[in-house]
Design a protein around this ligand. Structure first.
Ligand SMILES: [Zn+2]
Length: 129
């Protein structure tokens, strides 16, 4: 999976497609259970104050560079998987606090996700611990 993601990041821009994954994100994507077909890029700031956002129309995830630096390793992975849940798996938010798709993603602490309650969260926990 890691090779695939790196290959995508390296070859898509060269082929004229606009998908581009910043190398900072690649280590957190290698276990993701689907092909990452969207761009993931840093922006200085997101208008609504969010840390990251999936822009469906552009097939892109944007991540606030300011917020990113304050996230733990697990938090960074959870953040990206949450947005990939939207952008790649077409998942919506849930009210379940233990779900990776809970609508407030504030995974600055590693013990936020204690027991996964959706498939994505279970996979996340399996690949994190
Ligand atoms: Zn979300």
């Amino acid at each position: 999976m890691r090779n695939l993601v790196i290959l995508l990041a390296l070859t898509l821009p060269a082929c004229g497609a606009e998908s581009y994954i910043d190398s900072a994100f690649i280590p957190y994507l290698e276990d993701f259970p689907a092909e990452v077909t969207v761009s993931i890029q840093f922006v200085d700031k997101i208008d609504n104050g969010a840390t990251a956002s999936c822009i469906h129309a552009e097939g892109a995830i944007v991540v606030s560079r300011l917020h990113w630096d304050h996230y733990s390793e697990v938090g960074k992975k959870a953040l990206l998987w949450h947005e990939l849940g939207h952008c790649v798996l077409d998942m919506r938010h849930t009210d379940d606090r233990e779900s990776l798709m809970y609508f407030i993603v504030e995974y600055t602490s590693e013990d936020h996700l204690v027991s996964g309650s959706d498939e994505l969260t279970k996979l996340f926990l399996e690949t994190t611990h």
